[in-house]
Design a protein around this ligand. Structure first.
Ligand code: URA
Ligand code: SF4
Length: 279
């Protein structure tokens, strides 16, 4: 896939500044202790960064060519889905591991019929270590229920498995992952697809769509249709649920939710079709 390296390099300086600011925020949050931050659910992991060791590691990662590393080197050959998930917890293929609390791997049944692919974990997902548990996840759950798709039949994951963000006051604001980060993380997604073998893949939002269906893909023009792709027997693109939350007013939000549910009904029909054929 022809990534635009020049453009990425131009972004590098800005990204470096954002990373430094984010690091400062984390240090401040660390000093403030657990009360200073939103609490994670009991039993979930929270990184306890040893900052000196981290920065030594970070230097090492930087020295190894930044743009050419991918997650492939972290994936043990012949690994099961659980083994791949465990390996992903230690991924340092791009710099985002320094920004996120933990790797947020996909979740769902081993042989889920449908895989939903988003962009990257958000603030809540980063803390919980699970995909789509925050506001975008609530929108997704509501639309799934309306379209008659059971949570048990789906596997949810993201194109990028670490939360990329920048500080704004006390909040961590989502920042779109760049093409190099998406490319670095891709081997995890490819392995998830290979190991779960979904009958339907649902790509949500431009980041996932462009990563999986090509840079020219336009979700607005091609949403809700069965697409020709070798990712799975049926592939459908739709908007990202968080775009619905960003709608400027109630009327727009309701209309966008209705269109999202319509797209998920196409998914529900594709699931049934395949089941009939297989029966
Ligand atoms: N947005 C995503 O793309 N993925 C999540 O897991 C949460 C929000
Ligand atoms: Fe690895 Fe993906 Fe995290 Fe980058 S974002 S460190 S490639 S898991």
């Amino acid at each position: 896939m022809p990534w635009h390296f020049a453009a990425e390099q131009n972004q590098a300086a800005a990204e470096h500044a954002a990373n430094a600011a984010a690091q400062a925020w984390r240090e401040q949050a660390r000093r403030a202790g657990p009360e200073g931050r939103a609490s994670a659910k009991p039993g979930t992991r929270r990184a306890q960064p040893n900052l000196k060791a981290r920065s030594r590691k970070a230097d090492r990662v930087k020295r190894q060519s930044k743009s050419q590393r991918t997650a492939a080197e972290f994936i043990p050959p012949g690994a099961s889905l659980d083994e791949v998930r465990r390996a992903a917890a230690g991924c340092k293929a791009c710099d985002l591991w320094k920004l996120g609390t933990q790797t947020v791997f996909g979740e769902g049944a081993r042989h889920a019929k449908v895989m939903f692919i988003g962009e990257q974990p958000g603030d809540k997902e980063d803390l919980a270590g699970k995909p789509f548990v925050g506001p975008a996840g609530a929108v997704l759950d509501k639309a799934l229920a309306a379209a008659g798709i059971s949570r048990e039949d789906i596997y949810v994951t993201n194109a990028v498995k670490h939360f990329k963000w920048e500080p704004r006051g006390k909040r961590r604001i989502h920042k779109k992952p760049n093409a190099l980060e998406v490319a670095a993380c891709r081997p995890w997604l490819d392995r998830e697809i290979e190991l779960t073998q979904p009958e339907v893949v649902v790509v949500m939002g431009a980041t996932a769509a462009q990563a999986l269906l090509g840079r020219q893909f336009k979700v607005t023009q091609q949403r809700g249709r069965l697409l020709d792709s070798n990712l799975a027997p049926h592939v459908i693109a739709t908007v990202h649920p968080s775009s619905i939350l960003r709608a400027p007013d109630d009327e727009t939000r309701h209309a966008e939710m209705a269109s999202f549910i319509d797209d998920l009904r196409v998914v529900a029909r594709a699931m049934k079709q395949r089941t009939r054929r297989a029966a």
